[in-house]
Design a protein around this ligand. Structure first.
Ligand code: FEO
Length: 169
């Protein structure tokens, strides 16, 4: 059985994951407006990843006999100064999510809830990948230096990303 405090923390994390999905959807729409179809598609894949994270958390709460309460999702920004600015925003957001996962681990250890601790370890590893994949895109944009031809090449590369659903628990 989940403690009330843990259930609340998990519900808050579910909200953050759904917000992440919404934020990346907003970024995808920004890239569509900027005629960067590959970056828009990359973000659409990220939208699916984030919903799969939310789904994993929701399934876990239900498996532990808890209750999921869905809250309002905050409105995301609608535009960014440049593609690099959007991806920098994505990296900041992923770091915020990593810190939030770390807080969940701390709470699980405080409460000696080792089932939750074990469950959260998947997300600890996932956040390493999440930060690395966004950092890689930032590195590519910085190398291209905003130049037209380089930007188009990066956009084509970003368009090749596909969504791979995470393994179930
Ligand atoms: Fe669900 Fe991108 O962290």
């Amino acid at each position: 059985m989940l403690s009330e405090k843990m259930q609340n923390a998990l519900n808050s994390q579910i909200n953050k994951e759904i917000y992440s999905s919404y934020l990346y959807l907003a970024m995808s729409m920004y890239f569509e407006a900027e005629d960067l179809a590959g970056a828009a598609s990359w973000m659409r894949t990220q939208v699916l990843e984030e919903m799969s994270h939310a789904d994993k958390f929701m399934s876990y709460v239900n498996e532990r006999g808890g209750r999921v309460f869905l809250e309002a999702i905050e409105k995301p920004a609608v535009s960014w100064e440049s593609p690099l600015d959007a991806f920098n925003g994505a990296l900041d957001h992923e770091r915020f999510i990593s810190a939030s996962i770390n807080d969940l681990v701390s709470l699980a250890r405080e409460e000696k809830d080792f089932m939750s601790d074990n469950f959260f370890q998947w997300f600890v590893a996932e956040q390493v990948e999440e930060e690395a994949s966004v950092s890689e895109v930032i590195r590519m944009f910085k190398l291209a230096g905003g130049a037209g031809g380089g930007l188009l090449m990066i956009d084509r590369e970003l368009g090749s990303r596909v969504f791979t659903p995470p393994a179930t628990n």
